[in-house]
Design a protein. Sequence first.
Length: 93
Amino acid sequence: MVLPEEGYSLLVTDYEKTIPELMAIVEKFRFIPDWRIDDLMISYTSADSSVGAHIDQFNMFLLQVWYPKMDDCVLAAGESLYSQTGHANLSNL
C-alpha cells in the first residue's frame, strides 16, 4: 500500500493479533487486569493530519510508528503510550 503525502490517518487495532511478539509491550502493563485491556493500536498519520480529539472508551496501548507530533507528549519512533478508559485525547495524535 502506498500512502499519500498528506491528508490521511491510518489506525490499525488489535495489532497484537497480527504480530504476537508485540504482546511484550502489553506485558509491561500487567498491573492492569486482563479484562481492562482492549487491544494494541497502531496510528499512522501524515504530518498535516490527526485522528482528532476523542475520549478513549477502553484501555489503549498506542505505539508511535514514525512522526513525533503529539502536543502534550512527544513520542519517538517505536515508543508506546498507555491511555486509560475515559482519558481525553485533545492533541494531534
